[in-house]
Write a protein that binds this ligand. Structure first.
Ligand SMILES: NC(=O)c1ccc[n+]([C@@H]2O[C@H](COP(=O)([O-])OP(=O)(O)OC[C@H]3O[C@@H](n4cnc5c(N)ncnc54)[C@H](O)[C@@H]3O)[C@@H](O)[C@H]2O)c1
Length: 336
């Protein structure tokens, strides 16, 4: 297990790379901790959770809602979990978002920790302290920014991950490369998903590179007043599509990135939309979709990044360099 400490403002987060779920016992007190996980993760890895107080939630984005929060809080009260308790989210981004949020508000705040079990959660969702729940079609409308005490990485958990979820994780990896890491973009172009799925050392290196890239961006701007916004590349349209259509987070973000690249070519002269689309396709992600513009525009108008009569959009100047620019709704609609 390799330990790296990263400071996010006041908070220090321990990243344990190349670890194992069984090592959780050495990091948290089983008597005071409660594991939150979902039914799929529990079915695949529950045998490794013997001895832990565990709450198993229904799986999926549809359950990242207030009703789930209320139900977990009632169970925590029944279990007698006090302020010295810890909530450990073992799952994908839905579980880490829910766990972080419940830990931030239960008894006005107890400790949280994560063991991400999807590629997406390993490289993105578990990092940075953002947490929260959806409200109707509006993603992550309610939440806090509160850092976990630690994140434990166990790549062997990915062995049971469905292929569609691998693709979803690669969407965020490609996003990181597009906004901040041109050499990684080129490296990804020369490989494919099967390469990383078959080669544990390459996967571990890719996960660590992405986790540290995100951590660095967040550490420089914990409360998202500047640089951190670039991590939202592809997310404005992506979020508007995700809860209205049957798309995984990664598929929605992939479509959002293609749209943002088109918008970039109009506004910044970005010249590599085709390269981005080719890379997304190489990793099994969609680059085109048909949807109801009116419905999507309505959700985008309610986006958290809304400012005045437009949205702060993340655009690319070139591969590896993103900028934030206010784009009027009129132009957003015209390009759709
Ligand atoms: N907080 C943040 O900064 C941040 C960043 C990116 C995404 N997110 C959020 O993350 C969520 C998406 O995360 P996700 O893609 O991990 O989705 P998810 O948590 O729904 O997991 C995807 C599916 O994979 C299953 N699963 C998870 N791990 C498994 C394993 N090891 N083996 C078998 N099945 C497994 C889950 O049960 C689920 O069905 C969204 O809600 C998104 O908003 C948050």
């Amino acid at each position: 297990m390799q330990k790296k400490t990263i400071r996010f403002g006041e908070a220090a987060v321990q990243f344990y790379f190349d670890g194992n779920l069984r090592q959780l016992k050495t990091l948290a007190d089983q008597k005071r901790a409660v594991v939150l996980t979902d039914e799929n993760v529990f079915a695949a890895h529950g045998s490794k959770l013997k001895g832990w107080n565990t709450i198993v939630l229904k799986a999926g984005e549809a359950f990242k809602i207030q009703a789930t929060v209320d139900s977990v809080i009632t169970q925590l009260i029944d279990m007698g979990i006090g302020r010295d308790g810890m909530l450990i989210g073992i799952g994908g981004g839905v579980i880490t978002d829910l766990t972080g949020y419940i830990a931030a508000i239960y008894l006005r705040g107890v400790a949280a920790a994560f063991v991400p079990t999807t590629l997406l959660a390993m490289v993105d969702a578990a990092i940075g302290g953002k947490n929260g729940i959806d409200v109707g079609p509006y993603k992550n409308m309610v939440g806090t920014i509160t850092q976990p005490a630690f994140i434990l990485y166990d790549h062997t958990l990915l062995k049971t991950l469905p292929e569609s979820e691998w693709r979803s994780g690669f969407a965020e990896v490609i996003k990181h490369a597009a906004i901040k890491d041109a050499p990684m973009f080129r490296d990804l172009e020369s490989k494919d998903p099967a390469y990383f799925m078959k080669k544990p050392s390459a996967l571990a290196a890719l996960v660590q590179r992405n986790a540290l890239l995100k951590a660095k961006v967040v550490a420089a701007d914990v409360f998202e007043s500047g640089l951190r916004r670039t991590l939202n590349f592809g997310h404005t349209l992506g979020h508007a599509l995700e809860n209205q259509y049957e798309l995984t987070h990664g598929e929605a973000i992939a479509l959002g990135m293609c749209y943002a690249a088109d918008l970039s070519s109009e506004l910044t002269g970005f010249a590599h939309t085709e390269r981005l689309e080719n890379l997304l396709q190489q990793y099994g992600l969609p680059t085109q979709a048909q949807f109801d513009n009116k419905k999507v525009m309505q959700v985008m108008r309610g986006d958290k990044k809304k400012a005045g009569d437009g949205v702060r959009f993340i655009l690319l100047e070139k591969i590896g360099k993103a900028i934030v620019q206010q784009v009027p709704f009129e132009q957003i609609e015209a390009t759709l």
